[in-house]
Design a binder for this molecule. Structure first.
Ligand code: ZN
Length: 202
């Protein structure tokens, strides 16, 4: 199973980090062991002192494919979840400066808390909305209409470089409002207003 992550997929978030808005998706990966499931707590690691939350819609691939035609891309995913792409911003800044890969900042153990998946077909038609609360206060809001690259475009793009396989995941990018986490914080994520994700920082 592969976990793809997309950077800078919301204009307002790219700007808040002072990044250019790219024409093509920014892609990186996390290993399967980065997933943190069932509402288990996240233990703040000792290698960073500036870990940020980035809440994101995550889609699950349901069919193997390469060079997927845009007309058929919507058949390649069938479920959605809410995830947090935890990012060691201090390490990422250093790595970016040196032009080095981002894995240490993005792919570490339990860097991807994630909710259960629900079938896309169970959602109302129209854009998918999500928001993240930190200690009861809303810190991020997003919806699929604000994405620069749609789910389908991401599938088409990724499948030019990788074979997409059943159960692969795509973290589809975060809207504005990212910020630091601290020991004791409690995060709750909502999809179309329904509570989905629970994560305590210890
Ligand atoms: Zn992200």
């Amino acid at each position: 199973m592969k976990i793809f992550c997309i950077g800078r997929n919301y204009v307002d978030h790219a700007r808040e980090l002072g990044n250019e808005v790219p024409d093509e998706p920014v892609v990186f990966m996390k290993p399967p062991g980065s997933l943190l499931v069932n509402g288990k707590p996240f233990y703040y690691p000792d290698f960073s002192s500036d870990i940020h939350y980035e809440s994101e819609l995550v889609i699950k691939i349901c069919k193997n494919g390469r060079h997927i035609d845009p007309a058929f891309a919507s058949r390649y995913y069938d479920k959605v979840a809410l995830g947090i792409d935890l990012t060691a911003r201090d390490l990422q800044k250093e790595l970016k400066k040196k032009g080095l890969p981002w894995e240490l900042a993005k792919a570490f153990h339990h860097s991807a808390p994630i909710s259960k998946f629900i079938p896309i077909s169970s959602l109302e038609e129209g854009p998918i909305n999500f928001h993240l609360e930190k200690n009861g206060e809303v810190v991020q809001r997003g919806n699929t209409e604000q994405m620069i690259h749609s789910f389908e475009n991401l599938i088409v793009f990724l499948s030019r470089y990788f074979t997409l396989q059943m159960n692969d995941l795509i973290f589809t990018g975060t809207p504005a409002g990212v910020g630091p986490i601290a020991v004791g914080d409690h995060f709750r994520g909502y999809l179309n207003g329904k509570p989905m994700l629970n994560c305590q920082v210890r």
